[in-house]
Each structure stands twice: as structure tokens, then as C-alpha cells.
Design a protein around this ligand. Structure first.
Ligand code: FES
Length: 209
């Protein structure tokens, strides 16, 4: 069985930054949307988390150890649920309805996000397989709707001003800038967003309707 370092293709003594970089590189091919598989994606996630934990345990006793980083709570909801149930994005009680609907953890739940991680990376670290393609702000495959709170948008080569005004953001380049966020992910199916997406790849298992 390959070691976590082997799974990410890095040296055992790699720095935390090197671990993050290796993870971002590997997850691009391991994700089910990108020709990988759920098993491969989960193996990469597990290796990443184990290496980070080891790295942090190794620095815990050091005087130079990193300060505790504040986490941001993000509550998420899959847009597919809205389509299935006829719910509207503009509904002020949308998340209350979702909380009462006994949805599975892939469709609705909460995850913690470090302010120095993108929302997409954090969702993946939490075992979610949210859609994406370019990971660079140039398509709309990773689009989310921010219902409460705010996500920064340092890079955006695709969303028109009208979409930004409606709270649409790109999860692959967005960092939380409020203490709490409520987001609807998978909004690539919204009529105004669908035209901005990259074409699905042959192995794309999500949203190839
Ligand atoms: S994956 Fe293309 S903009 Fe985020």
C-alpha cells in the first residue's frame, strides 16, 4: 500500500506549503469530474490530511509553531435539491427548509474552512466532490450562490457583473471573508450560468444532463 507521501508524490520531509501544492496538483486528476475515481479522490484526501496532521504534530512543540487559525463555518446546499423539490434560490427560508428535510451529507451540511484555503479546496478536504473544471476562474463549473456572508473573488475571468450582483461566486478561487457563510453549490445548472461552463469531459460524472 503506498504511503501518504507516495500518494501525493512528495518527499517525507516536505513542508506544509509543498504538501498543499502537491495536493492541488494531484486532486486535479484524482477527482471523479476529471477522469479519476471516488476511491482515488478519497485516497488523495486521506494522504493530504495525514501528512498535514503529521507535519503539524511535528511542529506543535516548536516555539515557531503556527498560531491557531480561525475557522469559518460554511453551510452548503446542493442546487440539485432545489431542482428536485421546486425550491427557489431567493427563498429566505431556503436553508431552514433544507435543515428540516433530512438530506444526506453530500446535499446539505456544514464544513469548516480556513481563511487561507479556497472554498473548493475545503469542500474537497471534507470529502465533498463539488464540480469544477479549470480551477483558475476561467469557467463557471465551480460556481456557487452565496446566500449569506461573503466569499472573496480575487480572480474572475468569466462571471458577468449581473451574476456577481446576484451573489454568484467561483468556489475554486474564493476565500471566506465573513465568519459564517451559507452557499448553494452546483449552480452551474442555473440558466444564466450554464452558457459559461466548459463542455463536460468524457469522464464527467456530474451534470452531464
Ligand atoms: S473551476 Fe473554472 S472557474 Fe472555478
Amino acid at each position: 500500500m503506498p504511503s501518504p507521501s507516495d500518494v501525493l508524490g512528495i518527499d517525507r520531509s516536505a513542508s506544509e506549503d509543498a504538501i498543499h501544492r502537491a495536493y492541488r496538483r494531484r486532486v486535479k486528476t484524482a477527482h471523479p469530474d476529471q477522469g479519476g475515481s471516488v476511491a482515488e479522490f478519497q485516497a488523495v484526501q486521506a494522504a493530504y490530511e495525514e501528512l498535514l496532521e503529521r507535519r503539524r504534530e511535528g511542529t506543535e512543540s516548536s516555539e515557531d509553531s503556527e498560531p491557531t487559525i480561525r475557522q469559518v463555518d460554511v453551510t452548503y446546499l446542493d442546487y440539485a435539491v432545489l431542482e428536485d423539490r421546486g425550491w427557489r434560490l431567493e427563498d429566505a427560508a431556503l436553508f431552514e427548509k433544507a435543515a428540516a428535510a433530512d438530506l444526506d451529507g453530500g446535499a446539505y451540511g456544514t464544513l469548516s474552512v480556513r481563511p487561507d484555503r479556497t472554498l473548493l479546496e475545503s469542500a474537497e478536504q471534507a470529502g465533498q466532490a463539488w464540480p469544477y473544471s479549470c480551477r483558475g476562474g476561467a469557467c463557471a463549473n465551480c460556481a456557487i450562490a452565496v446566500v449569506e456572508g461573503e466569499l472573496s473573488q480575487p480572480v474572475n475571468h468569466v462571471l458577468p457583473a449581473e451574476a456577481i450582483d446576484r451573489g454568484i461566486r467561483l468556489s475554486c478561487v474564493g476565500y471566506p471573508i465573513t465568519d459564517e457563510l451559507r452557499v448553494v453549490y452546483n449552480v452551474k445548472h442555473l440558466p444564466s450560468i450554464a452558457d459559461l461552463r466548459l463542455p463536460p469531459r468524457p469522464a464527467d460524472s456530474r451534470g452531464t444532463d
